[in-house]
Design a protein around this ligand. Sequence first.
Ligand SMILES: [Zn+2]
Length: 292
Amino acid sequence: MNDYLVKALACDGNIRAYAARTTETVGEAQRRHQTWRTASAALGRTMTAGVMMGAMLKGDEKLTIKIDGGGPLGAILVDSNAKGEVRGYVNNPQVDFESNEQGKLDVRRAVGTDGMLSVVKDIGLRDFFSGQVPLVSGELGEDFTYYFATSEQIPSSVGVGVLVNPDDTILAAGGFILQIMPGTEEEVIAKLEERLKTISPISILIGKGLTPEEILAELFGKDQVKVMETMPVQFHCTCSKQRFADAIVGLGKAEIQAMIEEDGQAEAHCHFCNEKYHYTKEELEQLLQEAK
Ligand SMILES: [Zn+2]
């Protein structure tokens, strides 16, 4: 089953809702970076929130999320866009802990709680929006909820979850973002808050294999949800051998000459997807000719 997300309206259009299944997407990140269980959960939760936030953008707009809570994981970096494409990495992928008291992966301990969640949106024409909030939980769902309330002034609820198999592969991943539109009556908000208290945790819902539509139906009741759009979701990196070659050319003749003399070759590494690109001496000599 391929990953996808849905954009929907709920409660007579008072609530904008996003829900996503990201099992394959997070699975690919896990394979590429060889993340251990707790690191997979932290990266997967951030990627899941990120791909839904990307779906709030238009056209060629894109965004970058950075979370650095001072924990053993280091920073989490996630890029996403309006096309359902997302990529991401953590500084230290081999991080895992015993489960916490609730029997869940101890994401807070891996991420840390002393730091910031920041979002930079590239909205075209060199125009950027950026927002930054202190981490309030380290579990990440609550941190995104706080980000929306504080930085974007949109009362929201964010639930993101990742379930991991004993062999480190990803069993299930997904989440939702609910946003209350201005002018929504208190009664509707109170009812939603009550529902959020009683509904099973998102990790349980995705573990049961619920689709994004079914997650929203659990939250609002089936007849209260109107799906507006469905979009495929995937891990996608923009790097290529040519892109790194362009970057090498940009270093200038002296630098490339030094690479040729010292190593006789070069290797470029993409942090986002862990791909490595190798350049032979002959290829470097070609790039030397192109450089200034
Ligand atoms: Zn890459």
